[in-house]
Design a protein around this ligand. Structure first.
Ligand SMILES: [Mg+2]
Length: 224
């Protein structure tokens, strides 16, 4: 029998996976997906993943007075590209909406407070906000933590109270507003949608991801 000290560390096992590229979208996608949490409501500064290293970093010191109302992060291996932009254009009758070149953002409802980010959770999408930021589609999906004892029963956005939705909308419409500035950010929420549309967005964003990142892997791999 091998002694513990004889076991060679395996790089593949001991390297931390990049939360965007190295973590799966989830075997049950688009009905059940993984979400990487960057922010929780008690955070007083804005954290965001560093897209190159995969580490969480301080995006900007907080100059605003608002707090993110829920856990907030993104779905691994998704990308808001051409398909997500076109979907937004079609559903809102606006021309030339582009994707925002980021993974799909997601708000996660949980009964118990989660005290820090940089964690992975399994969630059920129930809807989303169709947010347009300077002509770019920046969908904010809304999900419940899988098996959550309070929110786990929710299946669709119609289960969500208007007050909670209003709070989420208010947060995303004001979170980039700089105090004492007369320049209002060009952010709007074109519509609120349910679980079926949320699953469509995830599907399209997964295809956008494969186009953007998988095709590059294939074309750069040496011919055998
Ligand atoms: Mg985004």
């Amino acid at each position: 029998m091998k002694k513990k000290s004889d076991l060679k560390p395996d790089r593949a096992i001991h390297s931390k996976a990049h939360p965007w590229h190295g973590v799966s979208i989830g075997a049950g996608s688009p009905s059940t997906v993984n979400a990487y949490i960057e922010m929780v409501p008690t955070d007083t500064v804005k954290y965001e993943i560093d897209k190159v290293s995969g580490h969480l970093k301080i995006d900007r010191p907080q100059t605003y007075s608002n707090f993110c109302p829920t856990l907030y992060g993104f779905i691994p291996q998704t990308y808001s590209g051409d398909r997500v932009g076109e979907r937004c254009s079609r559903q809102t009758n606006r021309k030339n909406i582009r994707g925002d070149d980021d993974p799909i953002d997601i708000c996660v409802l949980t009964e118990r407070p989660v005290t820090h980010g940089d964690i992975l959770v399994t969630v059920i999408p129930i809807g989303g906000l169709r947010l347009i930021d300077h002509g770019e589609a920046d969908d904010k999906l809304i999900a419940v933590l899988e098996n959550d004892s309070l929110f786990g029963e929710w299946k669709d956005i119609s289960d969500c109270s208007f007050k909670l939705l209003d709070r989420l909308k208010h947060y995303f419409l004001t979170y980039k507003q700089i105090p004492n500035s007369s320049d209002l950010p060009k952010v709007e929420i074109a519509e609120v949608y349910g679980a079926e549309e949320a699953r469509t967005i995830i599907q399209l964003a997964s295809e956008d991801y494969n186009d953007k990142f998988r095709s590059r892997e294939t074309s750069s791999s040496p011919a055998s």
